[in-house]
Ligand binder design. Structure first.
Ligand code: AMP
Ligand code: TRP
Length: 325
């Protein structure tokens, strides 16, 4: 492969958290050194669950600031808002016309909704979510899609749709691959389930000190008494600490788990300290960027232009292949 095209997106549905950071943002930022990177704020996707215009706008700006503060460099990677390139909805429709219902019925977001037996019926947007995501990826001729483990199925749907389009209309789309870092594929949340904005169990990247401390101190643990030995392998405290501390520091904590005599509260304080220190330079950077009122808008405007140019080229090819022009 010559220069790979890398693409990923993140939904503006809440504050970004350390699951997003290690699962997707950090890998994506590393990729900007190795290829042509396109990263976007998935605001069309956010509309499947957030119906509050002010919230969408605020979270979108927050995602951009977080990404930039964490090291996304607009000179190396294109950062844009999904809805600034509306061609993606056009490609979504074309892909919908070859997307089998059973494949979408098998996708996890829709299945989870049915499994939870809620009063609210599933919305078509939720059902069609993977088709929009496939359009995101295929519109930009992406080779590599850095994501967390939970998105693997969606990239497989994308591959299937691209292959099907290519079989029917000739080779018009690039078949992408997911890139998932094994060591951070699923970061646990405060309650031990996957950390997720929709579970309310997150440790946000840029929380207030007091609020973050409270969340970390609230990590769910068992009732093993202070003096008793504890199992480091099953503890989300240790799992999270590993992301922030040196191997030697982790070894000390594991030893103290096994030895007994140290309570969970002490371990949580240590974890909080490690998280707080780790994000200190990014916090400073974020405050600087935030004080420059027009900066984010300039980055997004330029990103939209660059992304739009690529999108229009792909759409011209697709429209012509399917017989629309
Ligand atoms: P979302 O917040 O659902 O838009 O997710 C954005 C990106 O972060 C996706 O690539 C997810 O796979 C990744 N991600 C979200 N939560 C986690 C987690 N707990 N562990 C690892 N990756 C995650
Ligand atoms: N569905 C992804 C998530 O929830 C976000 C997303 C939308 C995405 N479009 C994408 C990720 C395209 C990678 C590529 O995390």
């Amino acid at each position: 492969m010559a220069t790979p095209r890398i693409l990923s997106g993140i939904k503006p549905t809440g504050q970004l958290h350390i699951g997003n950071y290690f699962g997707m943002m950090r890998p994506a930022i590393d990729w900007q050194e190795r290829g042509e990177a396109y990263y976007f704020i998935a605001d069309y996707h956010a509309l499947t669950s957030v119906h509050d215009p002010q919230a969408i706008r605020e979270y979108s700006r927050g995602v951009a600031l977080d990404f930039l503060a964490c090291g996304l460099d607009p000179a190396k990677a294109v950062l844009f808002r999904q809805s600034d390139v509306p061609q993606v909805t056009e490609l979504t429709w074309i892909l919908s016309c070859v997307a089998p219902m059973p494949m979408l019925e098998n996708c996890h977001a829709y299945k989870d909704h049915l499994a939870r037996k809620q009063e609210e019926p599933a919305l078509h947007g939720l059902f069609a979510y993977p088709v929009l995501m496939a359009a995101d990826i295929l519109l930009y001729d992406s080779n590599i899609v850095p994501v967390g483990r939970d998105q693997k199925q969606h990239v497989e749907v994308t591959r299937d749709l691209a292959e099907k389009m290519n079989r029917i209309f000739g080779k018009i789309l690039i078949v992408p691959e997911a890139s998932i870092r094994a060591e951070v594929e699923t970061i646990p949340g405060l309650d031990g389930r996957k950390m997720s904005k929709s579970y309310g169990n997150t440790a946000p990247l840029f929380d207030e000190e007091k609020s973050l401390k409270k969340k970390i101190m609230g990590i769910v643990t068992d009732s093993t008494p202070v003096e008793a030995p504890k199992d480091p392998a099953s503890s989300s405290i240790v799992q999270l600490y590993r992301l922030f501390a040196s191997p030697a520091e982790v070894a000390v904590m594991e030893e103290q788990f096994r030895g007994g005599g140290v309570g969970y509260g002490d371990f949580k304080k240590r974890l909080f300290g490690a998280i707080w220190d780790y994000f200190a330079p990014m916090r400073t950077r974020r405050a600087e960027l935030e004080s420059d009122g027009g900066y984010v808008n300039r980055v997004l405007r330029e990103g939209a232009e660059r992304a739009g140019a690529v999108a229009e080229k792909t759409m011209a090819r697709v429209r012509s292949a399917v017989g629309l022009r």
